[in-house]
Design a binder for this molecule. Structure first.
Ligand code: C2O
Ligand code: CU
Length: 480
């Protein structure tokens, strides 16, 4: 009995081995066929990536909120940056930054821009997934708003988080002169911090008389990393000070509104972690010290004020030359630290399978000698001479950015959040989405996204002088 059984089992094993061999051959042949068919059919993998994405962030905004009406008047004004003599600026509603806008998820923002500048302008809502017509890109989504004219932007933000708005017309001059502000979208379901503040960071290049140096977009700015100022302000002041009680919990939202300068803040003595990047929450808190904030980037930092009173300086250290940003003064009676879990992303895809997916387009970023001036080109072309990338709504898209230069390029995609997939050939899993990612000299970065929002979306370097020298293209999302 047992020997018969053994015999049968052995035959059975041989059959399994034979079957495995046959399956192996078929799979092997299939792989060869698949590789020969090259790029061809990765549609199943792409479908998987879209599937993995679902639930990462909503396709459409929640409804039911009211309309928040805002008027932004862009006009010449003056502010004091250092607490001393005033500096002439261009401002929204006479303040730099412009009004700090806050809305709740579900509310619709209706903003009337009135242009009282001596030149044309537009407003872009950086990071907000707006209807295309509200995106503020002259020559792509709207005509420039001429002096004396108005334009109404209306949108319901689909995502809660830290966003900002700024001129998208001649940014090298208009951002530098002060045309920017913050936009916070609050989720009523999230815990509220006892202190929740925005610090908009900018640097200024002033002349000897304390006025904005009027030489904008110089050949030197273009050939380097844009215009880097020597005076760094937070919320338009060199004196920004935040008072906190010992033990108090703070949500500090940092926005980099500079033309070109990159920051890497240090939070000496302060327990600080990054809980959101470019608006959207991260999967888990990340160390805040040295977190790089390129032009366009935002981070939300969760800070607990130490029990021992004192003054804590937050200092930028990106270049090795330290720039004070602002200070937190901890004083007074101890307060009970608000006890809640920070909001974290419900789901951020790892998109590991994206390594098997072909690149939809490679973008080579380089400087070239154009018509008697330097141009920053993408695949040898300078905006508006572009070849828009057309993708389908709902599709997974993989882009490769190759920095063929010795300079910095914070690349910003309008209308979509993306995830960094690889950096210099190594897989990357940051655990959060972005709308802007910094390429260091020589870097190659691959990014992926699922195109949710139809329209023609700008894709450009956020160094204003590079963008104006041509470093901009578009991605067209065709609605399905
Ligand atoms: Cu914040 Cu197209 O820019
Ligand atoms: Cu650039």
């Amino acid at each position: 009995m047992s020997s018969t059984f053994w015999f049968r089992a052995r035959v059975h094993r041989y059959r399994i081995a034979a079957a495995v061999a046959v399956v192996g051959l078929v799979v092997g042949a299939g792989l060869v066929w698949w590789q020969l068919g090259a790029a061809s059919d990765d549609s199943e993998l792409r479908a998987q990536l879209v599937e993995e994405f679902s639930g990462a962030y909503p396709a459409v905004p929640p409804e039911g909120g009211g309309v928040v009406e805002v008027e932004l008047v862009a006009r010449p004004s003056s502010v004091s940056l250092t607490g001393e003599a005033p500096t002439e600026v261009w401002a929204y509603n006479d303040s730099v930054p412009g009004p700090a806008l806050r809305v709740h998820l579900g509310e619709t923002l209706r903003v009337v821009l009135r242009n009282e500048l001596p030149t044309a302008t537009t407003v872009h809502w950086h990071g907000v997934r707006v209807p295309n017509a509200a995106d503020g890109v002259p020559g792509v989504t709207q005509a420039p708003v001429e002096p004396g004219q108005s334009y109404t932007y209306e949108f319901t933000p689909p995502d809660a988080g830290t966003f900002w708005y700024h001129s998208h017309f001649a940014g090298s001059e208009q951002l530098e002169r002060g045309l920017y502000g913050s936009l916070i979208v609050e989720d009523p379901d999230e815990p509220t911090w006892p202190t929740d503040v925005v610090w908009v960071i900018d640097d200024w290049l002033l002349d000897d008389t304390g006025q904005v140096n009027a030489a904008f977009n110089t050949p030197s700015d273009v050939e380097h990393n844009g215009r880097w100022g020597t005076l760094v302000t937070v919320n338009g002041s060199t004196q920004t000070l935040l008072d906190a009680a010992p033990g108090e919990r703070l949500r500090l939202r940092l926005v980099n509104a500079s033309n070109g300068r990159v920051y890497a803040p240090r939070f000496d003595g302060l327990p600080a972690s990054v809980i959101a990047v470019d608006g959207l929450p991260a999967l888990e808190p990340l160390p805040a010290d040295g977190f790089v904030i390129a032009p366009g980037n935002r981070i939300d930092v969760d800070i607990i004020a130490p029990d021992a009173p004192g003054e804590f300086a937050i200092v930028d250290d990106f270049t090795g030359e330290e720039f004070p940003l602002g200070r937190i003064a901890v004083a007074g009676a101890q307060t009970a630290t608000a006890d809640f879990d920070v909001p974290v992303a419900e789901h951020v895809p790892t998109w590991q399978a994206s390594s098997e997916v072909t690149v939809d387009r490679e973008y080579r970023l380089a400087i070239t000698r154009g018509d008697g001036r330097w141009e920053w080109t993408i695949n040898d072309r300078a905006f508006p001479d572009i070849d828009p990338l057309r993708v389908d709504q709902g599709a997974f898209v993989k882009l490769r950015l190759v920095n063929d230069s010795q300079l910095l390029h914070p690349m910003h995609l309008h209308g979509q959040f993306f995830k960094v997939l690889t950096r210099n050939g190594e897989p990357v899993d940051e655990g959060h989405f972005r709308d802007t990612t910094l390429l260091l000299p020589g870097d190659t970065i691959e990014i992926g996204f699922v195109a949710l929002d139809p329209g023609e979306w700008a894709f450009h370097c956020h160094i204003q002088e590079h963008a104006e020298a041509g470093m901009m293209t578009t991605v067209v999302v065709r609605s399905s």
